[in-house]
Design a binder for this molecule. Structure first.
Ligand code: RP5
Length: 186
């Protein structure tokens, strides 16, 4: 009998953000999870504007089968912390770049959690969104050989792209984010 190559379809990661205005940044997290064929759910919920709905979503996340949560918010960013207060799943916080303080407010309010309720906090903005997704994949890869292989391939693609630049005066422009290409393992 042929071994099953079916990819998982039930959401393993929950991506939550405080506002629709965060989506442009968080689309990079979604794109990264998609590149690894990790199923995820996405919600807009706010610690301040929809507190009851957030508590319900966070407290039922584990029962829905989620293994990791990525929570993104800006300004007085309490979303990741409140989510972490209602679940023991790992919560990865992504501070959004705010207009007033360039995300320093989001960063500090996400990272400065009291002892006992951890939030793993990433860089402000797009880099944080991408890295939170990669970190979620790394967590899942601990028990998933397909994802372990895909992560190794992602890193190799990224290194190859950087090394292929050679002399930047004579090579085409582009970012080093090539790792997401071909990152699905066979
Ligand atoms: C936070 O307030 C959201 O996460 C967003 O980053 C910020 C601004 O929200 P909007 O006023 O754009 O909805 O709750």
């Amino acid at each position: 009998m042929k071994p099953s190559t079916t990819l998982p379809t039930k959401p393993m990661v929950g991506v939550v953000m405080g506002s629709r205005s965060d989506w442009e940044t968080m689309a990079h997290a979604a794109e990264t999870l998609d590149a690894f064929a990790v199923p995820f759910e996405v919600r807009v919920l706010s610690a301040h504007r929809t507190p009851d709905a957030l508590l319900e979503w966070a407290s039922t996340a584990e029962a829905r089968g989620l293994a990791v949560i990525i929570a993104a918010a800006g300004g007085a960013a309490h979303l990741a912390g409140v989510t972490a207060a209602k679940t023991t799943l790992p919560v990865l916080g992504v501070p959004m770049e705010s207009a007033a303080l360039k995300g320093m407010d989001s960063l500090l309010s996400t990272v400065q959690m009291p002892a006992g309720i951890p939030v793993a906090t990433f860089a402000i903005g797009r880099a944080g969104a991408t890295n939170a997704a990669l970190f979620a994949v790394a967590i899942l890869a601990g028990r998933d050989q397909r994802l372990r292989a895909a992560l190794h391939q992602y890193r190799k693609n990224q290194s190859d792209k950087v090394l292929a630049v050679g002399d930047p005066r004579t090579s085409p422009t582009g970012s080093a984010q090539a790792g997401r290409r071909n990152s699905r393992s066979k």
